[in-house]
Design a protein around this ligand. Structure first.
Ligand code: GUN
Length: 309
């Protein structure tokens, strides 16, 4: 395969990539939203409201949901957590969602994923009213995204684009490779990058010559869900590497103590890739922070539609 390699996005300074700080970029978004909400509330409007639905007791989901609720509090969005037992039936959850769909005081509904295996994820997500679908995962909203029409867009993909913009990383005309084809990240991020005039390749578990294709990328988005899969041989020097993975490793070094600490890593071998990449997102502190910030953006988008009605 002989694909011409475009110029490096960024010459690595001191042999080390610039860190794309998701916490910093997210804070800028959060600050702007807080001011926007304060203006609405001071003018006599009701507060925006989000309901998060959590089924079961997945420990990672518990952490994500807690962060979402805390961020709502920080910026002035009313939030409510609806918990269901891990054995809850599809009917029970659908009935709850229908009730939230009809509730005019609720702007956004988010069903935390993954759902327990017995539940049909697609059917449950599709039952959320598209105007309250702050996760942007309803087929209607995904359709708007691919048609290039503004609407509610999935939070992680939207957060990746916002992070690239925050650091003024050029997208137009660049070779972007996305690893992963999920509805949550891979497919929508490819759609958003295409709208930014990138040349986009989507790779997945069946892709042949995967590392060679990745080495052509100016921007490499890794949403494979495979712990530390991408090493230095997959990355073009100077490329921008966006790591969407999140994996909790049990640290056994403090065995014997009551609490074992979980180390968190991504889909990219950070220490190995950092010296050759131009930019890299850390895990944690990269894309994850942007996902939560974009959930807030989407909730305000839904709220603005609702209060204008
Ligand atoms: N689980 C991991 N990421 C997400 C997300 O962006 N939305 C929802 N609903 N669940 C998730």
């Amino acid at each position: 395969m002989n694909i011409p390699v475009t110029n490096a996005l960024h010459e690595t300074a001191n042999g080390s990539a610039k860190i794309l700080d998701g916490a910093l970029a997210a804070q800028a978004v959060i600050h702007e939203l807080s001011e926007k909400i304060a203006k609405y509330v001071n003018s006599g409007k009701r507060k925006p409201a989000l309901t998060v639905v959590l089924v079961g007791d997945n420990p990672a989901s518990e952490v994500y949901v807690k962060n979402k609720i805390l961020t709502c509090k920080e910026i002035g969005i009313e939030s409510q957590l609806r918990r269901y037992d891990k054995n809850a039936s599809k009917e029970e959850i659908l009935a709850g969602l229908h009730e939230l769909n009809r509730d005019a005081t609720i702007d956004g509904i988010l069903v935390q994923l993954p759902l327990p295996a017995h539940l049909p994820t697609g059917e449950i997500l599709d039952s959320i009213a598209p105007d309250k679908d702050v996760d942007g995962l309803h087929p209607y909203n995904l359709g708007l995204l691919f048609a290039g029409v503004p609407g509610l867009q999935p939070c992680t993909p939207k957060g990746i684009i916002a992070l690239l913009h925050f650091y003024h990383i050029p997208i137009k005309g660049k070779n972007v490779v996305v690893i992963g084809r999920s509805n949550l990240v891979g497919k929508p991020v490819a759609g958003l990058l295409l709208q930014q005039d990138a040349t986009v390749t989507i790779c997945h578990s069946r892709t042949e010559n995967l590392s060679a294709i990745c080495r052509q990328a100016d921007i490499l988005v890794v949403a494979a869900g495979k712990q530390e899969m991408v090493g230095k041989d997959w990355v073009k020097p100077g490329a921008c590497v966006v790591d969407v993975g999140i994996h909790r490793l049990k640290d056994n070094s403090n065995e014997g103590q009551s609490k074992s600490k979980a180390k968190i890593v991504g889909d990219v071998l950070f220490d190995e890739v950092k010296p050759i990449a131009g930019y890299i997102t850390p895990v944690p502190g990269g894309v994850g922070k942007m996902t939560v910030a974009m959930l807030m953006v989407n909730t305000i988008f839904a709220y603005e539609q609702h209060i204008a009605m």
